[in-house]
Design a protein. Structure first.
Length: 457
């Protein structure tokens, strides 16, 4: 684009034509894209230009002249939209469609596989109150401790008590813990000069067990009146079976530090998933939406069409939820994962459920896979479930060399998945179908399962 048709601070009327993958409305002014928060496709709005870039700009919505029939209003929506629930102004049915479209788009544009079928997103009946984990910043505001969330793209704390997408019992616990900390005059962390004490409260609550873990993230180890505080938390919150102090002295956005101390009870909680019991440590990954994780895994197993003689690899395994849930149906499961604590959880989880045909090792998928190949392991089905950055490309090559019948690729980022599907295609595996499952209602996050099969000719 040579001439940018609008200027900063200009006010104009536009029609919103699309929703970006981050959930922002997109309008085009003579072909120049303008991204506008809280705007929905089909809406005619008055907008003020905030920022002009070479290829696109950002605008702020001033008023809606024509409202989308898909817009919904919820309590606190204005706050939630800028924080943990960026799509909460869009009706749920449309959120599901939006997610399916996102996947179709990357399949066409990135993977160049317009022929692949993307089925309807499987949603939740009650798409709120689902998060089993909260990571809440603690700051001092007007002389008192406050908990809430960071406004999008900022470190400005917005106080909030009802998070809408979190388990309401977790919301209530945060307020109770905050009051206890306030009572004991615990100092809140200050990001600007890396001073103060309490940085975050992290809570996990078992969806089935209702066991609660409280992690108090502090800047320093010495915890003045720590014992009394811990006692008080346990007294007020009988579901708490684990209180951990995590020490993070660094000036960083990363929430958890290296060092951990158990202040009360166990270093993990239990939960149940698909009828099996799992222990979960503070640093281990566990899907934040337990109900939908069950739907996701079941769908994945269905697509895998497992047989009793199958050897399965559970790559990027976390605490072993995928491999251990299917171990009964197959001959053997091998799993790997980089976080040592999670691997210990996976090993314990195998024992806990009397599973003898599964083993888990610590290491990077791209390092372990060549070793397994050398050892002559011959998997029939390989499950991969990587973080947002997707799969390591050498991992894909090695895995394809091991000649499995199929892969089940579970992804939380359609863009990197699409990239990886291309590498799979080059290495002899075609994408059969893709199933989005909504694990993160009210947000723009998309989870999908792709079934890849060996090319026959
Ligand atoms: N399958 C699990 C975990 C998925 S999350 C579940 O459904 O719960 C992705 C996991 O991959 C995380 O536990 C993360 O620690 C792990 N991980 C990240 N990079 C990795 C790598 N290079 N090799 C193996 N595991 C990795």
């Amino acid at each position: 684009m040579e001439i940018i048709p609008i200027k900063k601070n200009q006010e104009l009327e536009v029609t919103v034509v699309d929703l970006s993958y981050l959930g922002m409305g997109v309008a085009k002014v003579e072909g120049y894209p303008l991204f506008i928060e809280n705007a929905l496709p089909g809406e005619r709005i008055q907008v003020k230009v905030l920022k002009i870039g070479k290829k696109f700009g950002f605008g702020k919505m001033l008023s809606i002249l024509k409202t989308s029939p898909h817009r919904q209003t919820i309590e606190n929506e204005d706050l939630l939209r800028t924080g943990i629930a960026p799509l909460s102004h869009l009706q749920y049915e449309q959120q599901l469609k939006f997610k399916q479209e996102q996947v179709k788009n990357v399949l066409i544009k990135t993977a160049k596989m317009p022929e692949v079928q993307v089925t309807d997103t499987i949603g939740m009946k009650e798409p709120f109150g689902y998060r089993n984990k909260a990571q809440i910043p603690v700051r001092k505001m007007n002389g008192v401790l406050q908990t809430g969330f960071y406004r999008k793209n900022s470190h400005e704390l917005i106080p909030l008590d009802h998070f809408f997408i979190q388990d309401p019992e977790i919301d209530a616990a945060i307020v109770i813990i905050r009051e206890i900390l306030q009572q004991f005059e615990v100092k809140a962390y200050n990001e600007k000069d890396n001073s103060g004490f309490l940085r975050h409260i992290v809570i996990r609550r078992g969806y089935q067990t209702h066991e609660m873990m409280v992690v108090l993230v502090t800047r320093k180890e010495h915890f003045f009146q720590g014992e009394k505080i811990v006692q008080k938390i346990q007294e007020k919150l009988p579901e708490v079976v684990s209180i951990i102090q995590n020490i993070n002295p660094k000036q960083t956005n990363v929430i958890l530090g290296e060092q951990e101390k158990v202040l009360l009870g166990r270093s993990f909680i239990y939960d149940q998933l698909l009828g099996k019991t799992f222990r979960i440590s503070a640093k281990s990954f566990y899907q934040v939406n337990t109900q939908q994780a069950e739907v996701l895994y079941q769908k994945a197993f269905e697509l895998a069409n497992l047989e009793k003689s199958d050897v399965v690899i559970d790559a990027y395994s976390g605490i072993g939820t995928i491999g251990l849930s299917l171990a009964d149906q197959v001959a053997y499961v091998y799993g790997m994962e980089t976080i040592k604590q999670a691997v210990i959880d996976a090993q314990e989880n195998a024992k806990l459920n009397g599973i003898k045909n599964a083993e888990y090792v610590t290491g990077k998928a791209e390092d372990i896979m060549p070793r397994w190949k050398e050892e002559g392991i011959k998997p029939n089905v390989i499950f991969v479930d990587p973080p947002r950055k997707g799969l390591d490309q050498t991992f894909i090559e090695t895995a394809c060399d091991m000649d499995p019948e199929k892969f089940i690729y579970i992804s939380c980022n359609p863009a990197t998945m699409a990239r990886d599907l291309k590498t799979f295609a080059v290495n002899g595996y075609f994408t059969d179908s893709i199933q989005p499952v909504d694990l993160f209602p009210q947000t723009h996050h998309v989870e999908t399962i792709a079934l890849l099969q060996k090319k026959t000719s």
